[in-house]
Design a protein. Structure first.
Length: 159
């Protein structure tokens, strides 16, 4: 089997006046993540993990933050494009694992919906998608609630 692993990471500041989108799901909170797109750190980390595993660059190469067509775009749209890029280069997703770092809000009630959205967008079984959330016990920018971050690992195989 020709398989490859990729690692992704993303972080965005929390700001007033934006909705909070994580894993493609709207999460009720008083702040949202700043970004050119919807600021979804979980999906952004997955994008880089998938592209990196296939040796196809990173999200900034494929989806530059100065592209006006991507302003406010759903990160799930970008994930769907990455699925097509992978398929066009002979790769398919084996599995994904991501962790969201956020002091608040509590995310356990949203993880199932996030997994469904990601799996549906990639057209893979939900069992192939693992998403988790953790705090940093009030340490660093996530602990101070200045922002959120996510890290992800992806395994792809030759189609």
């Amino acid at each position: 089997m020709n398989a490859r692993v990729g690692l992704g990471f993303d972080a965005h500041p929390l700001v007033e006046g934006r909705r909070l989108v994580l894993g493609g799901v709207d999460v009720p909170f008083e702040k949202g993540l700043s970004g050119h797109s919807d600021g979804d750190v979980a999906v952004h980390a997955l994008l880089d993990a998938l592209l990196g595993a296939a040796g196809l660059g990173d999200k900034g190469f494929h989806f530059p933050s100065n592209d006006p067509e991507l302003k406010g775009v759903s990160s799930l749209v970008l994930l769907g494009r990455v699925r097509s890029i992978l398929a066009g280069n002979g790769w398919r997703v084996v599995n994904l694992d991501a962790t969201i770092l956020a002091q608040r809000p509590r995310l356990e009630g949203f993880i199932g919906a996030m997994r469904q959205r990601v799996a549906g967008t990639l057209r893979i079984e939900e069992a192939r998608v693992s998403l988790k959330a953790t705090t940093t016990d009030f340490m660093g920018f996530t602990g101070r609630e200045d922002g959120m971050a996510a890290c992800a690992v992806a395994l792809v195989e030759a189609a």
